[in-house]
Design a protein around this ligand. Structure first.
Ligand SMILES: [Zn+2]
Length: 64
């Protein structure tokens, strides 16, 4: 690794997060217990844990 240049980021590539498709968040169905109506599913936007909401992840470039 190129420590002498202090550019370790050269070995990482910014790629679109495969988990959320680059949106940084995704829709989730949360079951809500409602004793009056018997419960339902509520749509909610959840921040993607894989990319932390940025939509991109850093992948190490592997040199062959
Ligand atoms: Zn993501």
């Amino acid at each position: 690794m190129p420590d002498k240049y202090g550019k370790s980021y050269d070995w990482e590539e910014e790629v679109e997060c495969a988990e959320c498709g680059g949106d940084g968040q995704y829709e989730v169905c949360k079951p809500v217990i409602d004793y009056t109506h018997g419960g339902y599913y509520d749509n909610d936007m959840e921040e993607c844990e894989t990319c932390g909401g940025s939509g991109v992840v850093y992948q190490e470039i592997e040199e062959e």
